[in-house]
Design a protein around this ligand. Structure first.
Ligand code: PGA
Length: 240
């Protein structure tokens, strides 16, 4: 069966190569994307599909832990993730910044303060992503380095839900700046020591895997177009 799979794989690559030579790349592309990348990945994929109409693409969204499970099982061609796994041999190609920023409602007591100590920030009710989320993991690491720990008031499985709960004044949080492109009018960025946490978005796939023609075309497209997807500046009461 393994040989058979290899043969079909080779055949598919051959067909795609022929398509490419004809100026028409064809094939399938399965892209696994971490939840937070949904703020730019569909746009990116949309542009890619427009340029390569012969490629049938699919997008799978999941939090970091679930996505790493898919990666372990080789269920997709490529992955977009900001913290590559430490226990798997992967290629990780960085293409875009992913700053994580502390947030509160605009009238929060910390909103107009500069250089808020981390110890003070964590005393406010914290709205966290669910266990398994990459965002939650990074925040936990930052706090652990300072001997602090996260005591979430609420754990929510979606960045959008967190944003709305912050806007309702129920607590502070830390999210990727990419989540703030819309619907964040009442939310402002806090100036807390240790932030922003500067992460990068990476295109990830198993080390040594030969990319399909469609996969290679996506990587090239991503490296050219990805850096244009940087999040814009947002409201900050302290510097207003
Ligand atoms: P998450 O991951 O969407 O699971 O929080 C984000 C990340 O990997 O930075």
């Amino acid at each position: 069966w393994e040989r058979c799979g290899e043969l079909f794989g080779a055949l598919e690559r051959f067909e795609m190569t022929v398509g490419n030579l004809k100026g028409m790349i064809q094939g399938r592309l399965s892209l696994g994307v971490v939840t937070t990348a949904k703020y730019f990945a569909p746009r990116l994929l949309g542009g890619f599909c427009e340029r390569y109409p012969g490629i049938e693409a699919s997008l799978e969204l999941a939090n970091r832990d679930q996505l790493l499970e898919r990666l372990r099982e080789s269920r997709d061609d490529l992955y977009i993730i900001s913290q590559p796994p430490g226990d798997l041999e992967v290629e990780a190609v960085p293409f875009l910044k992913n700053p994580l920023v502390p947030l509160a409602r605009f009238d929060h007591p910390l909103a107009s303060r500069e250089r808020v100590p981390l110890e003070e920030f964590v005393q406010y009710p914290f709205l966290a992503r669910e266990p398994g989320s990459g965002t939650r993991r990074v925040v936990q690491h930052l706090l652990a380095k300072k001997g602090l720990s996260l005591q979430p008031r609420l754990a929510l499985g979606s960045n959008e839900a967190i944003k709305q709960t912050v806007a309702a004044g129920m607590g502070v949080s830390v999210l990727s700046e990419h989540t703030l492109t819309s619907g964040a009018e009442d939310v402002c960025q806090l100036q807390v020591e240790g932030f922003p946490i500067e992460l990068q978005w990476n295109l990830v796939y198993p080390k040594g895997r030969q990319l399909s023609v469609a996969g290679q075309a996506f990587q090239d497209y991503l490296l050219a177009e990805g850096p244009k997807l940087a999040p814009g500046p947002m409201r900050s009461e302290a510097s207003a």
